[in-house]
Write a protein that binds this ligand. Sequence first.
Ligand code: PGA
Length: 257
Amino acid sequence: MRKPIIAGNWKMHKTVREAIELVNGLKRNFFDEMEIDIVVCPPYTALSEVGEIIQDSQIRLGAQDMHWEERGAFTGEISPLMLKDLGVEYVIIGHSERRQFFGETNETVNKKVKSALKHKLIPIVCVGETLVERERGDTFSVVREHIENALVGVVIEKPRDLVVAYEPVWAIGTGVNATPEQAEEVQGYIRELLMNLFGEEIAEGIRIQYGGSVRPDNIEELINEKNIDGALVGGASLDLNSFTEIIRRVETAIRKH
Ligand code: PGA
């Protein structure tokens, strides 16, 4: 069985003080060893403080994006070396908000994924269709294009080196999550694509998260699907109680198996 991975994407929320408060709460709630990987992705400004607080806990540190170069004249950008320096282990790449508002393309995603792997950061690669694309019946072709272009030429040594997040754009921040059946259908397809790219053994072990309006009241049915190995949580990860509850429910669900 794949170890579930729940990541909180805080987006452009939380000052350093607010971030410290939230992560201290999470740390108090998760002092036991759990069979779940828990990741928080604060804004860059809070990475250092949050990283220090979670050092002696099972919560891991993630960033929300990075540049592919190690250094250079790229005003406003953050490099993989800078993330490593702060103890970052995961990095979200190709989030739909980056694609939509900041010109991220499959090509830049590909460069970032390769760079992350080179620096031993685990990329959480986001893919997913818009509402228009779904209604046109293009969901599978869009997801295929995202996966194949983002991962072209990418070599991974072991399944844990990579996480994929299926995030239908129409479900992000809208309160309308994909049904477990809708998510499973696409995520099963993503696993097939990963098999073509990396072979069966590796593809079987890669964790595929679902993201888009995940909440305590829908996580359980989502996580019970065969190809849903966790969640990338936005809004609900900003609140201590709801993020905690999501993780507790995943724990309960996996115990039942
Ligand atoms: P949401 O965001 O949970 O607020 O829908 C998910 C994401 O963008 O990763």
